[in-house]
Write a protein that binds this ligand. Sequence first.
Ligand code: NAD
Ligand code: TYD
Length: 335
Amino acid sequence: MKRVLVSGGCGFIGSHLVRRLLREHSDLHVVNIDLLTYAGRPENVADLADNPRYTFVHGDIASVEDVARAAEGCDGIINVAAESHVDRSIMGGDEFVTTNVFGTKRLLDYARTHELRYLQVSTDEVYGDVDPPHRSLEGDPLHGSSPYAASKAAGDLLVLSYARTFGLNASITRGSNTYGPYQFPEKLIPLFTTNAFDGKDLPLYGDGMQVREMLFVEDHCSAIDLVFFSGVAGEVYNVGAEHEVPNIETAHKIIELTGADPATLKRVADRPGHDRRYALDCSKLRGIGWDRTTDFDTGLALTVDWFRDNRPWWEAIKNGEAFADYSAKNYGTRS
Ligand code: NAD
Ligand code: TYD
């Protein structure tokens, strides 16, 4: 493998992945195609601008022309780009289908006609919520609850269909809730952390007993790297922390780490269709040599420190008009 196309490399996970691929594979050239939506931040990869093994293409994965321009000469594609936020999908945007389904098809078509290796970065949300003690297995049925999860499940099904029908050398990773530096501050951990620094309320949906497996971003990226280079075609690999945390516990940990007033934790109206528990069985991934290196307490402390040290990064987002509009729509009617 000499040249790989990563989509969504200006987003949260994509920026860490691009950096990791350049660091871990000294002979690899990485092309990053990103549409620079509200979540795509060029500053997330500003440190790579002068790297001769890195190329940025401003483009849309749902455009045949943009994909062809970016993927020319590549041996593989890792599709990280997506509309990624459940609450925004509940607001009803078409872009969840355009990017997560149609965009996936465009990349698959290119990979098929040029016989490239393909990896789809997916999510545990495609399984829907599961009751304890079950942990989702790769062969479990797909039951996405939100429009986001449904669009990701549709993308996964397309990938598996291309592997079976056309023999495409494609695999899928399904990661659990991921956190770390550069995560867009609409998601639970960066939102609560940055609100806590500013003495603002921490809006906990419902009873806060929804369970998530919080995975540090570097561990998620090491799994994507491993599956891209060593995963079996047509196979799916779960990527979880195998450590369940209720949201209310995450909120309390953030309050402790930031020194925020516990009274700022406010219960607000629940998210419609809110999944109660995700849990993944990751035996298959461990079977090809992956292991998590960062536990939640260590990763969360590191993440809170990063947000403390990088206030200009998140203030530029949170002080903007677009973020205010989104916040008003999402939280305005909840209290
Ligand atoms: P993000 O929202 O931070 O970044 C998404 C990136 O994709 C942005 O840079 C955006 O500009 C780009 N993008 C969006 N539409 C595009 C298009 N049409 N063409 C090109 N680029 C486009 O997302 P994230 O949290 O980094 O998630 C990345 C991937 O990982 C997604 O596929 C998501 O489903 C998956 N995932 C995320 C998590 C999580 O907790 N964040 C967990 C499991 C899986
Ligand atoms: P989020 O970070 O949006 O990720 P996802 O919906 O993909 O799991 O949310 C994580 C959990 O935190 C989820 O159960 C919803 C909850 N949550 C809140 O309680 N309050 C909030 O303001 C947000 C954004 C999320």
